[in-house]
Design a binder for this molecule. Structure first.
Ligand code: MN
Length: 409
């Protein structure tokens, strides 16, 4: 449990301190949990005397990992992803670098002793309820040096941002870190209708952390290719500024304009329909926003009159051949995001139809694509460009065997 995790963190820290290099490459996710994780680790490692090179990824794409692990003697840290692909990272690393994984998603143990998978899921903890990446990074940071306790409120941002509430409040380690932030006078908890509201105390008054989380999510996702993640990390460490407010406004405008244009395309017949699926392709029209936007757009339309509530929704977006600050990288891939209407969501919950967590990864696997985060009601994978129709057809094949015909609502 927690003690074992802390023990493993101590072991990893000891190796880190003895390692020859004093330069760290830090890779972190671009949502509020990932940005707050990146902020905590950047400050903790810098305080410890390391030079930190921080990169924000929308996903730990294998093609990116292959490039990262061409080096030798490096210190490579992953936050808020990679827990599940520790075996792949081990294979790529072959003992040549020291790698630390600070994630909270479903995890697999590493097979290379130089890869430390410090994902709480491997220690009997619930990474989808009790502990976020931000809290995992916070635990690591205070194990590294008690001085990092002053970042409890940053960990709380990620905890609230990921939305893990049990009976209206954060649970277990996430709540413990929130209470630590309260003790330090950084956060206040208010009870509203039996639910805990977590408020950050700022120079301009109290700000709900849920709002702070949404702020970071927009910077990281809509602003992904425009230094939004850097701004997000800075906002975590230094607070919101007039400049960050300005950037946020600009990004919101870019997003709403792009979404309006896509809706009007759909109204004009851009939606293609097969037996059980309706799908569309935004190509690179959501640029310069990140590829998380295709999922956000599907969320925006999933219960509107523009779509058919009885068919699965699928949207494709081209993945740009670039990782900010990391350089050009040849993906040649598209991302597919899938969602369902509330009507179909109920059918999935009652197991009348197949959940996206089965349907999409199965079809993606058959086409040699990459599956990462797939849940029952939301899912996303990537496939080679040009395989879009084949992927839809593959899903139809899967559905033909196990799909019940649903009457219209
Ligand atoms: Mn997370």
């Amino acid at each position: 449990m927690l003690d074992d995790l802390i023990q493993s963190m101590k072991q990893a820290i000891q190796e880190l301190k003895q390692y020859a290099g004093k330069s760290i490459q830090l890779f972190h996710h671009n949502d509020s949990d990932g940005l707050s994780s990146g902020a905590i680790l950047q400050k903790a490692f810098t305080r410890q005397g390391f030079a930190v090179h921080r990169f924000c990824l929308e996903k730990p794409y294998p093609v990116v990992l292959k490039k990262v692990f061409q080096q030798e003697g490096g210190i490579i840290v992953f936050a808020d992803f990679a827990g599940r692909i520790a075996p792949l990272i081990s294979t790529l690393n072959q003992g040549r670098n020291l790698a630390l994984i600070l994630d909270h998603h479903v995890a697999e143990p590493a097979t290379d002793p130089m890869v430390h998978n410090l994902d709480p899921e491997l220690y009997g903890m619930k990474g989808d309820r009790d502990i976020t990446a931000s809290t995992t990074c916070y635990l690591f940071a205070i194990t590294l040096n008690r001085v990092n306790q002053d970042m409890a409120h940053i960990a709380t941002i990620g905890a609230v941002g990921d939305g893990f509430f049990v009976d209206g409040r954060l649970a277990d380690q996430n709540r413990k870190v929130a209470l630590e932030a309260v003790r330090q006078g950084q956060v206040e908890i208010q009870l509203i209708n039996g639910a805990e509201q977590y408020l950050l105390k700022t120079a301009k008054g109290h700000m709900p952390l849920a709002e702070f989380g949404a702020y970071l999510d927009t910077l990281g996702a809509a602003g992904y290719y425009q230094n939004g993640p850097d701004m997000g990390v800075r906002v975590c460490l230094e607070g919101i500024s007039q400049e960050s407010d300005r950037v946020l406004e600009k990004l919101k405008n870019i997003q709403s304009k792009a979404f309006k244009e896509e809706i009007s395309r759909i109204q004009k017949g851009a939606l293609k329909k097969t037996a059980h699926i309706q799908w569309f392709h935004v190509e690179n029209r959501l640029a310069p926003m990140g590829v998380k936007m295709i999922g956000a757009f599907c969320d925006t339309i999933k219960n509107t009159k523009y779509i058919d509530p009885t068919r699965y929704i699928a949207g494709f977006q081209i993945i740009p051949n670039e990782i900010p600050k990391f350089g050009p990288i040849q993906f040649g891939e598209v991302k597919i995001s899938m969602r369902v209407s509330d009507y179909l969501a109920e059918k999935i919950r009652t197991e009348d139809i197949m959940g996206l967590d089965v349907l999409l990864p199965e079809a993606t696997g058959r086409l040699g694509g990459f599956s990462d985060a797939c849940h029952r009601l939301t899912a996303a994978t990537t496939v080679a460009m040009g395989k879009e129709e084949a992927l839809i057809e593959e899903m139809e094949k899967i559905l033909r065997t196990g799909f019940k015909v649903i009457p219209r609502p």
